[in-house]
Design a protein around this ligand. Structure first.
Ligand code: NAD
Length: 376
């Protein structure tokens, strides 16, 4: 049976809205049944109706949507929260408490305390609170994780991740409102670039290695002087199992485009993946030649095969990674949970890492416990 789906944010012209609509509807699991899509009520209602939502379920804001949906027999099974960061906590909490499953955009909250509150509410209500760490749903990222789990590169010694692009490097554009808010603590919170992009890389390091970050040391820089929050972050970390981590996240790295890549170095081999070439993993066994593993080829793990949507050698893109998140959400809502869906624990760990980075950077790189108190 098809599930009913509702969306908050992701209005016309938004960056992430289209990926959610393509992702949720790619497999026929979800019907867009309700929405409060825009901060401007009239624009949001009109756009929802153009997308096929019935007039009485095209809402002016999320509070109206909560009231309108909570007592319906055909109420939405899943709500996606794709609004700006500062609104995630109250919307996600309200919908979880009303018994809805939620997919929240990252960062899940602005503070560690809010993150702990979301995790508590999700546990108490038994509702799914997933967080859209969608890069972890690329087939070849799952392949790396399966290889690490099978011991194919031995114990992981070192993980090096980058999420560094150059799209905010133009000082003349620093006051452009679409850019400026990301470095303004009132709008973005305690961290700029690390909370925006660095947490994807940190989540992926934990996801692939299969371990969590215990402590970290950060150096933050605002390379454009008018920016209050960092536009460049270098973070060293140690994982619970002893793996050493290095992470660089920047928005002033001219020449780097999306700029998200990860390398995992084990005792008997190394792996490399980059979001700009998501179909390939480079694998080098100790003392051997580098092999290029291709999405769709024979002999990959069941997980990588399950999440491959198009035949070998055809491009597989970002909305399909988001579609993999929705595919696993539909299965989980139907009571068949699958391994790998990023959840509220992941969202909370990211928030704890963001705040630990800020504390460390203010202390000129002192090592700080990165674990949220609730998960120590
Ligand atoms: P955006 O500014 O492009 O779009 C935000 C949309 O939300 C707009 O349509 C706006 O009208 C609407 N909106 C704002 N406040 C609202 C409210 N109170 N109620 C209903 N709608 C509201 O932003 P974006 O780049 O799409 O980012 C949205 C979220 O998605 C952010 O949290 C961001 O971090 C996250 N994001 C995640 C990824 C990813 O890879 N997972 C990528 C991009 C953005």
């Amino acid at each position: 049976m098809k599930l009913n789906w509702g969306m908050i944010g992701g209005g016309e012209g938004s960056q992430i809205g289209p990926a959610h609509r393509l992702g949720a509807q790619a497999d026929g699991n979800f019907t867009l049944a309700a929405g409060a899509l825009d901060v401007d009520a009239a624009r949001g209602k009109a756009f929802a109706q153009r997308l096929g939502v019935a007039a009485d379920r095209a809402y002016g804001n999320w509070q109206e949507m909560l009231e309108g949906e909570r007592n319906r027999d055909d109420r939405v099974d899943l709500v996606t929260v794709a609004t700006p960061n500062s609104t995630h906590f109250e919307i996600t909490k309200a919908f979880l408490e009303a018994g809805f499953h939620v997919l929240c955009e990252k960062p899940m909250t602005m503070t560690v305390e809010e993150g702990e509150e979301i995790l508590k509410v999700a546990r108490r209500t038994g509702r799914i609170c997933a967080v859209n760490y969608c890069y972890s749903a690329y087939p070849m990222v799952r392949e790396m994780r399966a290889m690490v789990r099978k011991g194919e590169i031995g114990k992981v010694r070192l993980v090096v991740a980058n999420f560094s692009h150059g799209h905010h490097a133009d000082a003349a554009q620093a006051d452009n409102p679409r850019v400026r808010w990301r470095y303004d603590p009132k709008m973005a919170g305690v961290s700029g670039q690390f909370a925006d992009c660095g947490i994807h890389a940190l989540h992926m390091a934990s996801f692939v290695v299969g371990d969590e970050v215990r402590e970290l040391s950060a150096d933050f820089a605002s390379t454009i002087a008018s920016r209050e929050l960092e536009d460049d972050a270098m973070v060293n970390f140690r994982m619970e199992g002893g793996t050493v981590g290095r992470l660089w996240s920047s928005s002033v790295a001219i020449g780097r485009q999306h700029g998200f890549d990860i390398q995992i170095f084990g005792e008997t081999g190394g792996l490399r993946w980059a979001s700009e070439q998501p179909n390939q993993v480079y694998y080098t066994p100790l003392g051997g030649r580098t092999q290029i593993m291709e999405k769709g080829e024979a002999g990959l793990s069941d997980e990588a095969a399950r999440l491959s949507r198009v035949p070998i050698a055809h491009p597989e893109g970002f909305p399909l990674a988001v579609a993999n998140i929705y595919q696993d959400l539909a299965a989980a809502i139907r009571g068949e949970p699958r391994d790998g869906l990023p959840g509220a624990e992941d969202g909370l760990r990211s928030m704890a890492a963001v705040h630990a980075c800020v504390e460390s950077a203010r202390g000129r790189g002192t090592w700080v416990d990165a674990r949220p108190p609730m998960l120590r």
